[in-house]
Design a protein around this ligand. Structure first.
Ligand code: FMN
Length: 188
């Protein structure tokens, strides 16, 4: 069973079905980046959801993620993708959480076999950067080709700034995404 897949709307392009964009997003900033990538590169879009969603309260999720990072707990995913073999380029998008790769994305990379595939990370954060996220993607995908990732500032939930990826910010981000996708030769 495949859950949550949003097929690319220009699915007639030959290469299109070979791109999968998997993302984790709590306050929708990374989701908009994922949609902008899909708009430029095509492909199918999948949101990662958990069996047991994280708490809505910010302090509570920070505490839970910190515990999970310390113990190495990988939260079980509700999202299932049983046709991953058909994709050869997998974009993986996530916020920075505690300067690390969020546990649900670790669950995804652990659960699915991406050997031989091209993996392309992207990220939003509150201004403190990617932390160890891209490095962890590389370490968890030793038999994949991991391309240079994209990162931009998103929300600052700690300060009550949740969603910023609209208006001018969204337009600027789209331009940056086009430049990046050209540089890594996903689009021409
Ligand atoms: C649990 C948690 C931990 C976070 N830790 C960091 C961090 O270490 N560094 C940072 O720059 N931003 C951090 N943030 C902020 C998010 O990375 C930022 O708001 C991001 O744009 C959220 O993406 P989203 O809207 O797709 O969920 C954290 C947010 C949450 C909820």
């Amino acid at each position: 069973m495949v859950t949550n897949i949003t097929p690319g709307n220009n699915a007639l392009k030959d290469d299109n079905h070979k791109i999968l964009i998997v993302y984790l997003s709590r306050t929708n900033n990374t989701k908009v980046v994922a949609q902008l990538i899909q708009k430029q590169a095509g492909g199918d879009l999948v949101a990662l959801e958990l069996d047991k969603p994280y708490p809505a309260n910010y302090q509570a999720i920070v505490a839970q993620v910190s515990q999970e990072n310390d113990s190495g707990f990988l939260p079980p995913l509700k999202t299932k993708i049983d046709n991953i073999a058909q994709y050869d380029k997998i974009f993986v998008g996530f916020p920075t959480w505690g300067m690390q790769l969020p546990p649900p994305m670790k669950s995804f990379l652990k659960q699915y076999d991406l050997n031989g595939k091209t993996v392309i990370p992207f990220n939003t954060n509150a201004g403190y950067g990617i932390g160890s996220t891209f490095q962890t993607v590389k370490e968890m995908c030793p038999k994949s080709i991991v391309l240079d990732g994209f990162s931009t500032k998103g929300g600052v939930e700690r300060d009550g700034v949740l969603f910023v990826m609209d208006g001018e910010k969204e337009k600027q981000t789209e331009v940056q995404i086009i430049t990046w996708l050209n540089r890594i030769k996903i689009i021409k």
